[in-house]
Design a protein around this ligand. Structure first.
Ligand code: PLP
Length: 373
């Protein structure tokens, strides 16, 4: 069969097969299309249950959720916030939005999550807090990070944008830090089109998050703005999609897990060529995209493998470039683990519309390419 006969396998695709249409239609028919309406409170309640937190504050995307969390924690000019160098750029950008400096640290081999020992070394008298990222569905070492933060009186924000439903010691990510954020972009595990949320157990911080999310308006005095806030509100339409998504959360995760298991067994046969990374002991990851790391070769070989996959109709993408190679965050500090792992990583398709046959096709295509001489 030639490539043109094959259906393209996309990297990610939203699953809108539940009551999304019904709930969105309700918004349109009732006129509640802006940021007031029954779905917003419902979504926040449903999501706080999933994250195991007392509160959830919905926002218009994950990046604004990060900015809002940092702003509510009082991050400002002169402060340093420690972030892993391997992440999606929003993590570092949000620190810059506050006028603060993101301090990059190297990551752990495999998981590409922040290395607690490097984090410790990066602490200065200006350090205000740490953003740990649960990258690609794999939990960061939140207990060690939490201990370091407590020792040095730093805040801990979890960036769980890619890890809805992952757990550490049976407890959901998003419930460990002073606050955590999740994203509901179209390719994430739960989507609202664009959307985000800040979760927290603190009543006081939650009040501050709500104040700043709504332009800083005094909750007991309309059109009185005691502070400079933002408009980072989620719409009722977004929340309507989110409520429908969460109704099917367990079902969608079960599909993701079965696809990930199929990837594991197929990729095991390629273990001389590619490596798959497990969640650390004591934690359970959640399948977002399926990452593989080529054992030999560099970013150029990785890119040529992705070109080969594309020519057979299989979408893929490189794992994130580390922040320290991007123009805005350039650093000549050494980040050997990040450099090594990010150059060898490929994200393969994983979403609920895939069949086990699709996974077999992705793996067979990859096998042809990596075993060719
Ligand atoms: C997606 C993502 C974000 C930002 O979310 P948006 O909803 O796209 O703004 C932040 N951090 C990480 C790690 C992400 O993957």
């Amino acid at each position: 069969m030639s490539a043109v006969d094959l259906q393209r396998i996309p990297l990610a695709q939203p699953d809108l097969g539940g009551r999304e249409l019904e709930y969105v239609t309700e918004c349109l028919q009732t006129g509640w299309i802006s940021s007031i309406g029954r779905f917003i409170g419902q979504f926040e309640m449903d999501f706080s249950r999933l994250a195991g937190t007392a509160h959830a504050v919905a926002t218009n995307n994950g990046t604004t959720a990060l900015h809002l969390a940092l702003a509510a924690l009082g991050v400002g000019p002169g402060d340093e916030v420690i972030v892993p160098t391997v992440t999606y750029v929003a993590t570092a950008n949000a620190v810059v939005y506050c006028g603060a400096t993101p301090v990059l640290v190297d990551v752990q081999p495999g998981t590409m999550n922040i290395e607690p020992e490097r984090l410790r070394e990066a602490i200065t008298e200006r350090t205000k807090g740490v953003i740990s990222v649960h990258l690609y569905g794999i939990p960061a070492d939140v207990s060690t990070i939490g201990e370091i933060c407590a020792e040095h009186d730093l805040f801990h924000v979890e960036d769980a944008a890619e890890s809805h439903g992952a757990t550490v010691g049976g407890k959901p990510v998003g419930s460990f830090g002073d606050a955590a954020i999740f994203s509901f972009f179209g390719n994430k595990i739960v989507t609202t089109g664009e959307g985000g949320v800040v979760t927290s157990n603190s009543d006081e911080l939650t009040d501050r998050l709500r104040l700043l999310r709504g332009q800083g308006m005094d909750p007991s005095r309309r059109y009185w703005f005691p502070v400079v806030g933002y408009n980072y509100r989620m719409t009722n339409i977004q929340a309507a999609i989110g409520v429908a998504q969460l109704e099917r959360f367990d079902e969608m995760i079960a599909v993701r897990r079965s696809l990930a298991a199929r990837y594991r067994s197929s990729l095991a046969e390629l273990s001389d060529h590619v490596e798959v990374v497990d969640a650390p002991a004591g934690s359970e990851s959640v399948p977002w995209l399926q990452n593989v790391f080529i054992r030999e070769g560099d970013a150029a070989r990785r890119d040529s493998i992705m070109t080969g996959l594309a020519s057979e109709g299989v979408d893929s993408r490189p794992v994130f470039y580390p922040m320290h190679v991007l123009p805005a965050f350039l650093s000549d500090h050494p980040f050997p683990v990040a450099d090594d792992w990010s150059a060898r990583g490929i994200s393969l398709p994983l979403h609920t519309a895939l069949s086990l046959d699709d996974v077999d096709r992705v793996c067979a295509t990859l096998a042809d390419i990596v075993t060719a001489r």
